[in-house]
Design a protein around this ligand. Structure first.
Ligand SMILES: CC(C)(COP(=O)(O)OP(=O)(O)OC[C@H]1O[C@@H](n2cnc3c(N)ncnc32)[C@H](O)[C@@H]1OP(=O)(O)O)[C@@H](O)C(=O)NCCC(=O)NCCS
Length: 179
């Protein structure tokens, strides 16, 4: 598997990336066209999108978007093909994106990970996040949610947006120092 800047991908590979995005995060991008539009919007010079390519096929990809005058990079989005998960691909993509953010003088990288499924996946779902949030961070449990992946990669919970996706469905911010 190699990491390729997505500006180098051909049309078929961009379609594969879009398919992975709509399959992985249908709440955000319900159709292939939505996912394609997102990729085209993100493919501008200030952002960096990197794909994991295996035998010519895209098997996962992610992006970093500069914020706060380039001091901070938002990791958005990130998706690995369903049959290729839990084999280290997500870690390789995120590590490459962190290296790229570091190269571009970023100090912090962060991701917003929505806990938006119906019954909630983490211990932040369906609770009052205005009450003892520090205590809730200490006892955080990721359950099946992707925040478990970021915690494994050394990210820390740096904030939360209560009810970002409706009542009891927060957006969880996880961040990591880049230097
Ligand atoms: C989250 C995602 C990108 C992870 O990709 P992946 O290729 O499966 O991750 P990796 O195999 O590199 O996992 C790295 C480590 O995290 C662990 N991990 C992966 N997903 C996890 C989860 N949901 N919860 C807890 N740990 C997880 C792996 O077991 C591995 O641990 P190890 O190093 O001890 O073996 C992938 O599951 C995905 O595309 N999910 C759907 C889209 C999504 O949620 N994107 C993130 C939006 S914020």
């Amino acid at each position: 598997m190699k990491i390729v800047n997505m500006t180098q991908l051909n049309e078929t590979q961009i379609m594969q990336a879009a398919q992975i995005l709509t399959d992985s995060i249908p709440i955000g991008w319900p159709t292939l066209q939505d996912a394609l539009d997102e990729i085209n919007e993100l493919l501008v010079p200030e952002n960096t999108l990197l794909a994991a390519v295996e035998n010519g096929d895209v098997i996962g990809w992610g992006g970093i978007l500069p914020q706060y005058n380039g001091n901070v990079f938002e990791l958005h989005p990130l998706a690995v093909r369903i049959d290729k998960r839990k084999q280290g691909t997500g870690r390789v993509i995120v590590t490459a994106l962190e290296d790229e953010a570091r190269k571009q003088s970023g100090l912090t990288i962060f991701v917003g990970a929505d806990d938006e499924k119906d019954n909630g996946e983490t211990s932040f779902a369906n609770v009052d996040l205005f009450d003892d949030f520090p205590g809730k961070i200490k006892s955080f449990s990721s359950g099946t949610h992707q925040s478990g992946f970021y915690l494994k990669l050394g990210y820390k919970i740096i904030g939360v947006m209560p009810d970002a996706n409706g009542v009891g469905k927060p957006d969880i911010f996880l961040g990591k120092r880049l230097r």
